[in-house]
Design a protein around this ligand. Structure first.
Ligand code: SF4
Length: 186
């Protein structure tokens, strides 16, 4: 019996490497790089390049979404001063999960999920609630997860170090970059 096909939203290579490994036994995995939050463009290109490498090494396909930083900025602008894990992040999750669900439905996948819950900075309960809503809207199953559990985050750090992957020092948007720089200099 063929494995179900799952579209896995990928925000960065280190998280993708760990999650691909976890899911590959049960699913036919395809990655989906949809991250218009990542700015500036050089950083976007760097993370996309690393995601391509990890997909290749893991033997999975990678679909690349269009990059639309202007659209993402317009949607999140009124929350630009929110802290990380605040309302700006909820909008950011919704943009990326919604696009993943729509793409999964359009291309006939059985399910979708995201690697984002691997990060201690991401709210798994919110991601899972949104995932369920998008699943209902697009008629495709959502795999609920909290990949950081069972030492998932630590294991992904160790794995990405062993593979020499680039590990970013901010989440992705310019607001998180500026906050990280401020923390580092204080
Ligand atoms: S901090 Fe991360 S999750 Fe939050 S808005 Fe910025 S890029 Fe998105």
């Amino acid at each position: 019996m063929p494995k179900p096909r799952i579209l896995v939203h990928v925000c960065c290579a280190p998280d993708a490497l760990y999650v691909f490994g976890m899911l590959k036994d049960a699913y036919e995995v395809t990655g989906f790089f949809s991250n218009s939050n990542i700015q500036p463009r050089e950083e976007y290109d760097l993370r996309l390049g690393e995601a391509r490498k990890v997909a290749l090494d893991s033997g999975v396909g990678l679909i690349e979404d269009d990059d639309d930083p202007e659209g993402w900025t317009a949607l999140t602008l009124k929350f630009k001063d929110e802290p990380e894990k605040g309302r700006r992040c909820d909008v950011c999750y919704a943009v990326r999960l919604g696009r993943t669900a729509a793409r999964a439905a359009r291309e006939g996948f059985d399910a979708f999920t995201t690697v984002m819950s691997l990060s201690p900075w991401k709210k798994a309960a919110v991601l899972n609630r949104m995932g369920r809503q998008f699943a209902a809207r697009h008629g495709v199953a959502f795999l609920e997860a909290d990949f950081k559990k069972k030492d998932g985050f630590k294991k992904s750090v160790d794995l990405s170090r062993a593979h020499g992957l680039y590990r970013q020092d901010y989440c992705g948007c310019v607001y998180s970059r500026d906050a990280a720089r401020k923390r580092a200099s204080s």
